[in-house]
Every structure is written in structure tokens, then in C-alpha cells.
Design a protein around this ligand. Sequence first.
Ligand SMILES: C[S@@+](CC[C@H](N)C(=O)[O-])C[C@H]1O[C@@H](n2cnc3c(N)ncnc32)[C@H](O)[C@@H]1O
Length: 438
Amino acid sequence: MRRGFLLSRKRESTSAPYPTRNKKPNSDDRTLFAYDAPQATEAAVRPYTVKDLKTWSKRNICLADDPRMSAKVDLRDLGADQRLIFRNIKVGSTEVSTLLDCAVLNLLPTRFSPAPIALENATELRSAGVKGMGVFAVQDLRAAALIHVEYPATITQNTLVLNFGITRTEVYRELVQRVPAKTRSALLQLNSSQLAERCDVEEGILRSNAVGIVMPAPSIPSSVAMGHNALFIEARFNHSCSPNVVHRFDPESFALSVHTIRPIAKGEEIVFSYIDLNSTVGRDARRSLLQNRFHFECMCDRCAIADSATVEESDQRRQRICAATHEEVIAPFAAWYRANGRGDLQKVIAFHLAAVEERRIEGLYQYPYLLHLSLLAICFAALEDIRSFRLWMGKARDVAVRNLETEKAVNMLRYVVYPESFPQWALARKMQPCPGAL
Ligand SMILES: C[S@@+](CC[C@H](N)C(=O)[O-])C[C@H]1O[C@@H](n2cnc3c(N)ncnc32)[C@H](O)[C@@H]1O
């Protein structure tokens, strides 16, 4: 057996909380498979001490599939430092098969909060051509609508390096084996794309369908170590580089929720992004990342553009959008403000409207989109233009709603209803020099 192993129940009770590097693994390591702690609420694992975390923090953990990361660390060194255990977590009547680090398990809430309720009859599953099946809107959907809520079938830490006594294939097989029978048969119906010929069914399905989620993490320098993948059976949304929904996993309720980013027309396909569109900008780079990570050639609207001049134009637009810094976005308004309102506020408005339009064309609505919206609302408040203020403040509120920033969204709604209560209301007039002043 290779050096390195997963934590078994037996070891949890020993004085050393985790196997040490010098300790030789033995056949007991496999007792893990018989381990069955049913609830996240059960304190079966000793909580981490500060010392544990400090020791661990010094060590780099890497993504085996990511060449940038594996250069930093010797994979052979990692075996004894992984503290992953299989555990089925119960959320209401749902059971989630997980392979998680003890530190993450200990950070889960002792009681999950109720999941939010999605709009009923909002979507249907049907053919999406070359992409296989896809999810489509069956009614017009407004921006920030909650259209889908689902508990995962499986969750794994995505630092599944081959440093266990078992292979990655066995890990995936075990994880699927632990999924309750009814869900497991639905899981096994999922498409495993090009991976089907290269690996086990379970591995193919998990690797081509699981989506990245954020789990609670101890504060360690290598945050990438805490990346996780979760498999959802019903959320069969295809990928798009111009997504119209965002998904968020909430560890407090243990549910995935999917919100619309913009209004979606009845019949339109509902798509989210499988990758970080801020860091992978050009069409070719996006396609090769999706091919390497998810094993398909992206056929989304932006990637399927045939004309190379249009692709170039789109790439440049995306470059501009992704390169925009917070400072650059606020600069025009800040200059107007510093000049005591003496500049042309219409120019500031034109700057933000152009940026918002570029984002609409590319379907990129991540930060600092909200900043553009807020500054448009501020400009129109300064000019006492009630209609435009309500429009842009309303759009900013939609972003807060889909970001689950409830308090902010409530305040924004108050401003939509009572524009004059907005702090910058009539700012342009108030900043005019008083008649007779020197
Ligand atoms: C989570 S599944 C999405 C649902 C899937 N189409 C189905 O029939 O179950 C991910 C798989 O869908 C396909 N897919 C998703 N987005 C795609 C895209 N933009 N272009 C081509 N294929 C895509 C790929 O085969 C990928 O492995």
C-alpha cells in the first residue's frame, strides 16, 4: 500500500489526532469504508486545536490536476497530511455522500437552516442539441428570481491527490456507493461525456458533472486547498461563457440555489458558467480550460461564433471588462465630486452606461458590475431624476438579492420607494456655489 491513508474512526480516539508522517499505515486504514457517521451534527471528530491548524497551515496542499500547483509541492509528501473521511451527512430526509476534511466537517453548522423555496414550474429539461439535455425557461423570468434549489448527491474536496492507500477511481466508486439507492440510480443515468471511454462510470460522471462549490474553510493561507466539487442530479444546467444564472451553495442550509442574473424569456436555455470568467478571458483560453477540466468542447453562444473578427472583438471587450479596477470605475464620479460638482455629470453617466452595455453584450455581470449600477443610481440621484434613479437602484437591488445580501437589498428597496431618502439625493444642486459666495 502507498504511504498515506484516510482517517479511520479508530485513530480519532488516539492522542495524536491525525496520523503522523512517520507512522506506518496498516490494513486498518481500510476500516474507513465501514465508518458510518450519519450526521454532521454528531461531534464524532475531535475539533481542531489551534496547534493542529498551525501545523497544517504550514503545508501546501495542491490540486493534482493543476500543473501550476503541483510545481509547488512534492505530492509524495502529502499522504500523511490529508485528513479526509467519508461521511454521509443528513439534511432533512436527504443524505449527502461526502468525502471531506475533518476541519471542514467541524465547521458545518450543528443544525442546517431550512433551504429557500424556488419558483414553481419555472423550468423544464429537454434536448439542447449538441450539448445533450439542458434546462429551459417555461415562463418569462425576472432578474434575481430564485429558480432552482437542490441538495447535493455527493461532495468531495477537489484536492483529491493520489496520496491515499486507494486510487482515485476507488474513491469515486466508494463515494457513489454511499449515495442512497434511489438517488444513485438517477446519478448513474447522467452523461459522462468524453470521459466515459477513459475511466470508470462513477468517476466519469462525477468528473464531468460536478460543480465547484464553496465550503466553510479554516483560515489557512492556501485557500485553494478548500475547493470542493458537488454533484447535483437535477441541476443539469449546461455551461455558457455568457451565463444567465448564478449558482451558490449555502453551507448553512446545505443547498444549492440558482438565481437569474437578468430577465430570461420563455423558451431560452438557462445556463451558468462552470469556470471563472474573470480569469479566463479569451475564447480559445476558455475552450481549452473547459476541455481540460470538464472534457467537452464549449458550444455556447459566445464560443460558437464562426467569424474570427467577431471573436476578436468579443475577446477585446472581455479584456476591458475584466481589467477594470475598482479605482478606475469610481474615478469619473470621484473627479466630479472633488471638483465640487463643476464637471459634467452626463459624461460620468455615459461612461457607466457604456460599461454596462459592454457587459450586457458579453453576459458578464460579476463585480464591479454592481459598482457601475450604484454609481448610475448616485448620478441620477444627484440630478434628482426619479425615474432613472429607480431604474438603476432597482437593478442594483437585483444584484444584492441574487448575492443573498438581504440587508443591502432591503435598504435599496427603501430608496427605490423613497428616492428622496437616498443620501446623495439632489447632490448636484447642493454642491452649487451659493449665490454671492466668493
Ligand atoms: C452537468 S452536464 C449538463 C447537462 C448535460 N447536457 C446532460 O445532458 O445531462 C455537463 C455536460 O453537458 C455538456 N455541456 C455542457 N455545457 C456545454 C457547452 N457549453 N458546450 C458543449 N457541451 C456542453 C458536456 O457534455 C458536459 O460534460
